[in-house]
Design a protein around this ligand. Structure first.
Ligand code: ADP
Ligand code: MG
Ligand code: MG
Length: 251
């Protein structure tokens, strides 16, 4: 069943009017894991930001259907309430706010908007507790301030915990592997894998093939100059390994 259908999507930087996305086509079905790879500057982050409705970009053409609805007509917040989640390349620190309070607020805000009852502190703790195990975090992690003094791997796992708390049908993970050593990467990947269900889909963006050893994609897309120029199964990662992105664009 189609979850996200991107057709001929073009977009420019709002300020400079420079066109970055030049006709992106992408189909993500329920339960699939898609990886988008490509050179630095090929437009991967722009695509993810356009999908969540980032104000720096202006869509100039094409369509995006999410769960049968026109995503481009929705406000960023509506997109998130509809089940779209995005992690960020550099998560922010929030001094003075504990992680559990932050997650609790975010969760209740979401429940309010969905007209569902909010959870009190004890109920929320019961809700989040089993999720800590999925992301391999200790409970004391909840009492630390959001991202303050977190290692790279902890920040990423904390984002996956946010995803676990808020839930999403489509999680866009932009470079969750950046700056991580192999052990931290394995932990983050384990957290993502722990959240996968037959209904939920993941769009992961990465510059490196290494991540794909830990999270096995259904499809890999190669992005170049604002377009997806090639789609294949996991075997195209092998071509990349052997010849780099040049081998992909030449073949
Ligand atoms: P990738 O994530 O594949 O490395 P990006 O989507 O971040 O690529 O960027 C694609 C191109 O668009 C780059 O040349 C980048 O400098 C430019 N770009 C993207 N967003 C902006 C912005 N807000 N302002 C100026 N240039 C931008
Ligand atoms: Mg980049
Ligand atoms: Mg990027």
């Amino acid at each position: 069943k189609p979850l996200l259908e991107v057709t001929g999507l073009t977009a420019m930087i709002a300020e400079s009017k420079q066109e970055i996305l030049k006709g992106v086509n992408l189909l993500v079905n329920e339960g699939e894991i898609h990886a988008i790879m490509g050179k630095n500057g090929s437009g991967k982050s722009t695509l993810s930001k356009v999908l969540v409705g980032h104000p720096d970009y202006e869509v100039t053409g094409g369509s995006v259907i999410f769960k049968g609805e026109n995503l481009l007509e929705m406000e960023p917040e509506e997109r998130s309430l509809a089940g779209l989640f995005m992690s960020f390349q550099s998560p922010v620190e929030i001094p003075g706010v504990s992680n559990i309070d932050f997650l609790h607020m975010a969760y209740n805000a979401q429940r309010r908007k969905l007209d569902e009852p909010e959870l009190g502190p004890i109920e929320f703790y019961a809700y989040i507790y089993p999720k800590l195990e999925i992301v391999n975090m200790k409970t004391d992690f909840l009492n630390r301030n959001v991202n303050e003094g977190f290692s790279g791997g902890e920040k990423k796992r904390n984002e996956i915990l946010q995803l676990a708390v808020l839930g999403a049908e489509l999680a866009i993970l932009d470079e969750i592997d950046s700056g991580l050593d192999v052990d931290a990467l394995r932990d983050v990947a384990k957290a993502v894998n722990g959240l996968l269900t037959p209904k939920n889909s993941v769009l992961m963006i990465t510059h490196y093939r290494r991540l794909l050893e830990f999270i096995k994609p259904t499809f890999i897309h190669i992005m170049d100059d604002g377009r997806i120029i090639r789609t294949g199964d996991a075997s195209i990662a092998k071509v990349l390994e052997e010849g780099g992105y040049k081998a992909i664009s030449d073949s």
